[in-house]
Design a protein around this ligand. Structure first.
Ligand code: PRP
Length: 187
């Protein structure tokens, strides 16, 4: 276990099981929808989405394209700046398209509110969200993910895409960070 881990919240096995359920449920949902070109555009928000999106793709059976945006509001720290910034935009037209944003966590909701509005402004017909984690206590907007893996409390989480100072995204589990160690922490 990494020394900055206080407690493992979700193991790799638990995440795998839940991700498989989400993949099945969401694939079945799109079978019931009128989807342009019968293709859902999955948009992963880098960098946190990577482990979850890779896993989710193994279980998403509806026809899809995979695209990415880089949107950042935390700049490696603990608190949101409140101003999401698009550092890498999409390189395709999304007019009339059905979009599924894939995220690691919805906390304040500011990032996704911003991105969702942006995609709708660019002409997307339907924009939905799947997030591995949902932290409703942190919410500062009315946005909720359409699907999520697990609800979490207001704690600083690391692993499985979630970073501290851009590290720890590679932990194969979601954990509560031992924040008492952060002041003196040396990488
Ligand atoms: C994290 C996370 C979400 C966002 C959620 O991204 O991946 O995009 O914060 O927080 P919010 O609901 O309060 O907006 P971050 O800005 O840390 O970038 P990263 O994906 O590169 O870690």
């Amino acid at each position: 276990m990494h020394p900055l881990v206080k407690e493992i919240l979700f193991t790799k096995e638990q995440i795998d099981t839940r991700t498989a359920e989400l993949g099945k449920e969401i694939s079945e949902f799109y079978q019931t929808q009128d989807v342009k070109d019968n293709t859902v555009i999955l948009i992963g928000l880098l960098k946190g989405c990577v482990p979850f999106m890779a896993n989710f793709l193994n279980h998403f059976t509806y026809e899809c394209q995979t695209e990415f945006m880089v949107v950042s509001s935390y700049l490696g720290g603990l608190k949101t700046s409140g101003e999401p910034k698009i550092n890498l935009d999409l390189n395709l037209s999304i007019k009339g398209k059905t979009i599924l944003i894939v995220e690691d966590i919805v906390d304040s909701g500011l990032t996704l509110t911003y991105v969702k509005q942006y995609l709708e402004f660019k002409g997307a017909k339907d924009v939905r969200i799947v997030s591995l984690l949902d932290k409703p206590e942190g919410r500062k907007t009315s946005l909720n993910p359409n699907w999520y893996g697990f609800t979490v409390q207001k704690q600083f989480l690391i692993g499985y895409g979630l970073d501290y100072e851009e590290r720890l995204r590679n932990l194969p589990y979601v954990a509560i960070c031992d924040t008492s160690k952060l002041d003196d922490w040396k990488w």
